[in-house]
Design a protein around this ligand. Structure first.
Ligand SMILES: C[S@@+](CC[C@H](N)C(=O)[O-])C[C@H]1O[C@@H](n2cnc3c(N)ncnc32)[C@H](O)[C@@H]1O
Length: 360
């Protein structure tokens, strides 16, 4: 390898000076004024930098790799049609933006320039930035509830479609694992005044109702109760409520929750379990089932918290929900802390489950 630069090549500093010699670079305050007067701020930073440093309100985001194609008025993929538009290219510190702005001038955008010091200078000057990227899991709980309200009518059919796709052999294994979880519930044999949280369309309510003197179903979606086959049974009571807010002075002989705890964000888990523990008399039963971390995973929200997922309805609407996968040991400990003597177990592929008693 030779350290001598090939003839005719230019170092990056030289490229930068050449680019800047063509630009009338602007300060953050000037960029903001240009924006107010109809100019376009173009943020070329990658997603992770926008997340770390914040986004400039009103700026058009065009990552560097797509810039020329989006900004050339001759391109099929153009976002602008004018050559005379004042354009201020912005990066993190104001270096790659200079090279990028010179490229835009080569395309004919004669008023293209860049922001001196980039977003870091913009922030230093006290100009506003917005948070970008995925929300905190606790912020999507309303959206999660709405998703299930909208999904209730198709919830069972959706599950059936997934099973159809499994093929007979996989379906047989899945059924064997369902049977293992149901057998654990049989062994626990919860009786008396039972409470089921996030009961949905009743996959587990139908196993609980015949054992209960009274079964109380709490779900955030009235539509879910409407599709729950045991909701109208004489020993069943339904409550529509937000489980992050709902509370009661009643004490139950047992509590159950299927495919719910993974929708509780980490930051709220201990508080939620402590509340559940208050609803159960000492010696009362707990039944828990949820997705196995291996098979429940789907692509998390882009670039973000692994405990957030995007879910899409048949009509194309998309929602962000919480889906937190926890190791059996971690969850057992959380349940112990709340006052339940349980051991979280897993079937080979599909489920995580636990049965146990309220201590104290
Ligand atoms: C994955 S489903 C589980 C349903 C059922 N337990 C099962 O195993 O099929 C999650 C349930 O949580 C309910 N839910 C979502 N957000 C809620 C909230 N904030 N409060 C109460 N229920 C909520 C939904 O309506 C839905 O019925």
């Amino acid at each position: 390898m030779s350290a001598a630069p090939p003839d005719g090549s230019r170092g990056v500093e030289e490229l930068l000076s050449a680019a800047r010699s063509r630009l009338r670079r602007v300060s953050p305050g000037q960029a903001r004024e240009l924006q107010h007067d109809g100019g376009l701020l173009v943020d070329i930073r990658p997603e992770w930098q926008r997340r770390d440093e914040g986004a400039i309100p009103g700026a058009l985001v065009v990552e560097r790799t797509a810039l020329e194609w989006r900004m050339d008025p001759r391109s099929q993929e153009r976002l602008i049609d004018r050559y005379d538009l004042p354009v201020v290219v912005i990066c993190s510190s104001g270096r790659s933006s200079s090279l990028a702005a010179a490229c835009l001038q080569d395309l004919g955008l004669r008023h293209a320039t860049d922001l001196v010091g980039g977003v870091l200078a913009w922030r230093r000057d006290g100009l506003p930035v917005e948070r970008t990227g995925p929300p905190d899991p606790a912020e999507v709980l309303g959206e999660q509830r709405e998703y299930y309200q909208q999904r209730a009518a198709d919830y069972d059919a959706g599950g059936e479609r997934v099973r159809q796709r499994m093929g007979p052999e996989v379906l047989e294994r899945w059924q064997a694992e369902v049977d293992e979880v149901a057998a654990a519930l049989d062994t626990l044999d919860p009786r008396g005044d039972l409470l089921e949280l996030a009961s949905g369309t009743g996959a587990w309510s139908r196993l609980l109702a015949p054992r209960a003197d009274r079964l109380t179903l709490v779900d955030g979606a009235a539509q879910m109760h409407a599709h729950n086959p045991v909701a109208a049974a004489p020993n069943v009571r339904t409550i529509v409520a937000d489980l992050f807010e709902w509370d009661t002075d009643e004490r139950f002989d047992g509590v159950s929750f299927g495919f719910w705890l993974s929708h509780v964000p980490d930051g709220l888990l201990d508080g939620f379990l402590a509340k559940v523990a208050r609803w159960v008399r000492p010696g009362g039963s707990l039944f828990y089932v949820d997705s196995h971390p291996l098979t429940g995973h789907r692509a998390p929200v882009a670039g973000g918290d692994a405990a957030l997922q995007r879910r899409r309805l048949a009509d194309g609407r998309e929602f962000t929900i919480v889906k937190a996968f926890r190791a059996p040991g971690e969850l057992s400990e959380a349940m112990h802390r709340a006052g339940f003597a349980v051991q979280v177990r897993e079937t080979p592929s599909y489920f995580q489950y636990a049965t146990g008693l309220r201590t104290g």
